[in-house]
Design a protein around this ligand. Structure first.
Ligand code: GAL
Length: 421
């Protein structure tokens, strides 16, 4: 039997249809999003993106692949693309965006970019990375700073230690924490975490010019020089202050050790702040943030972004565009970055809701950009090709994990790995 609607119900239905038509984009569809944001703070951030998209009437198909730093996610992505079944959007960063674009599998976002003036909304250093042959193929979400040191103030107090600003002070503080029975450094022994520590040590020991020559330009003379050897020795010394359960530990579990006061400090990018905040901790009171030792005047940046793959079907294409424009909306930039620990990538955003760590990051991003000490993070895929990155990372981790390799041998092996094409 056909349902009979009263005139009132009919007019209500018509009104509802009109309202929907007025607020929702013409075509709604599904977007499959590959990401690796699965820890507490990260999951909240991913949920904010999903909510933003669903507000526009689209459907979010979650494709989360756990594993900090995204190595597993990238392996899964490759097999999906090779089998002709790419997700609409994937969390891809830095030079890898170009590598994927060269394969001809990314879509052109210039319609949306032009209409929404992305060129004026984004710092050129970021916009350039999002383009392939002058056309946008990816959209950035945030700016993470990698060269941070996180600390538990209670633990420092108990040990009579102060927050270090140089590597010498770092080892003094680490000795005091050790003497007080507290694990000095919370570390997760996974290759990308070893590499994250390594790049902060390199920046602190050698400075931004050294970092650029060695880890961005991969200059052989710098890679084989005395500063590189000193970097490796300092890096290996950091290991002596980690605990025996570090191998394999996830980064967020290392952060949890600092939250609980089991460990005093952690060297990690500011996604760690997302964990402190998700645990209800207040910066400046329950935890401290400071530039990694010796790096206060520099900034290793790590910009998360979503590359968009070519998809078929009107709904899917429309939804993909909605996602791209939602990402750069001021509303989303604020809520996402408050949860993620990063700062907005969109220029001119108000920072009043952000904490002092984020405000410092924001001010330093601008000043280091002017001063030439804003450098791309090699450990987080911003500096060199993925092949060279992987090869150098492997040697750095081998050196961290075995006592058989000397610093001189590591220098030679890293220089060779840097020639990987
Ligand atoms: C970084 C990524 C961050 C965070 C972190 C841990 O490479 O840029 O967003 O997810 O890894 O997984």
């Amino acid at each position: 039997m056909k349902p009979v609607l009263s005139p009132l119900a009919l007019s209500l239905t018509a009104a509802a249809v009109l309202t929907l038509a007025g607020t929702l984009p013409a075509h709604a569809g599904e977007v499959e999003v590959l990401h690796y944001w699965t820890s507490g703070g990260e999951a909240k951030s991913a949920a904010a993106l999903k909510a933003q998209l669903e507000k526009q009437g689209d459907t979010w198909k979650d494709f989360a692949v756990a594993g900090g730093g995204g190595e597993s996610a990238m392996t899964v992505l490759k097999s999906r693309v090779v089998s002709g079944n790419a997700p609409a959007a994937a969390q891809i960063k830095g030079p890898s965006i170009q590598e994927w674009a060269r394969e001809g599998v990314l879509t052109n976002l210039d319609d949306t970019a032009k209409a929404e003036k992305w060129d004026t909304l984004l710092p050129p250093v970021v916009a350039d990375v999002m383009k392939y042959k002058g056309k946008y193929v990816a959209v950035p979400v945030n700016v993470h700073r990698v060269n941070w040191l996180w600390a538990n103030p209670e633990a420092l107090k108990k040990a009579g230690a102060k927050l270090p600003t140089t590597w010498d002070e770092f080892f003094v503080a680490a000795d005091k924490l050790k003497a007080a029975g507290i694990i000095p450094i919370a570390h997760g022994g996974q290759n990308w975490q070893d590499f994250t520590t390594f790049e902060s040590v390199a920046l602190g020991v050698g400075g931004a010019e050294f970092y650029k020559k060695a880890l961005v330009q991969l200059d052989q003379a710098t890679l084989t020089g005395a500063t590189m050897k000193k970097t490796l020795e300092t890096f290996k010394k950091v290991k002596t202050y980690t605990d025996k359960n570090a191998p394999g530990r996830d980064w967020n579990l290392a952060t949890a050790m600092v939250i609980k006061g089991e460990a005093g400090m952690q060297l990690m990018g500011d996604w760690a702040k997302g964990e402190f905040v998700a645990a209800g901790k207040v910066p400046g009171k329950d935890f401290l943030c400071a530039a990694a030792p010796g790096t206060a005047k520099s900034f290793t940046f790590n910009v998360d972004s979503f590359a968009m793959f070519t998809v078929k079907g009107e709904g899917k294409i429309a939804a993909q565009k909605h996602l791209a424009s939602a990402i750069l909306s001021p509303e989303f930039q604020e809520v996402f970055n408050l949860n993620k620990g990063s700062i907005p990538v969109r220029l001119g955003m108000k920072m009043d809701k952000f904490d002092d760590c984020a405000k410092l990051s924001s001010a330093d991003f601008v000043s280091t950009n002017k001063g030439g000490t804003l450098v791309p993070s090699i450990a987080h895929g911003m500096a060199v090709s993925s092949a060279a990155q992987g090869a150098i990372q492997d040697v750095v981790s081998q050196f961290w994990n075995t006592d058989k390799m000397t610093a001189d041998e590591a220098v030679t092996k890293i220089a060779a790995a840097a020639r990987t094409k």
